[in-house]
Design a protein around this ligand. Structure first.
Ligand SMILES: N=c1c2ncn([C@@H]3O[C@H](COP(=O)(O)OP(=O)(O)OP(=O)(O)O)[C@@H](O)[C@H]3O)c2ncn1[C@@H]1O[C@H](COP(=O)(O)O)[C@@H](O)[C@H]1O
Length: 117
């Protein structure tokens, strides 16, 4: 049985596991098998999971049941983290970018971009 982990610790712990799997046997680990197959395979999985997440969101809108949406979003986040890990990046890089954008209105940012071009 898997041990419980605090949700605040998940990204850090998962990042360590994904890094360690780069040196693991592809036959004994799904993440190692993805690293072994390479970036194109990982990106193919991200694309698949993205489509599954979109379909789950549309289903949730119709049925009012969001369980599948949460499940598919977890698959998408997971495979995106594998892609970042494969490229030598991690969730901290993305969180830093989101932190940089914090309190910056998306409309203001877009307007600033337009006035620069
Ligand atoms: N969070 C996940 C996680 N989420 C999803 N998956 C796997 O991602 C795959 C999703 O692929 P699909 O749904 O497309 O199913 P599939 O048809 O079997 O996939 P393909 O044959 O097309 O590759 C499944 O095999 C899931 O088990 C995950 N595999 C691993 N993790 C984490 O990564 C850790 C390391 O995993 P291993 O490397 O396998 O030990 C685990 O302890 C978990 O914490």
């Amino acid at each position: 049985m898997s041990k419980a982990i605090d949700t605040r610790d998940v990204l850090g712990a998962l990042t360590d596991v994904l890094e360690a799997r780069k040196a693991a046997d592809p036959d004994s680990s799904y993440v190692a098998s993805l690293h072994h197959k390479g970036l194109n395979k990982i990106l193919e999985k991200v694309g698949e999971e993205c489509t599954e997440m979109l379909l789950a969101a549309k289903d949730a809108q119709q049925t009012g049941n969001a369980d599948e949406l949460v499940y598919e979003t977890a698959d998408l986040w997971f495979h995106s983290l594998v892609a970042l890990s494969h490229m030598g990046l991690g969730p901290d890089d993305v969180l830093r970018e989101l932190a940089r954008r914090f309190d910056l209105s998306g409309l203001e940012e877009k307007a600033a971009r337009k006035s620069q071009s």
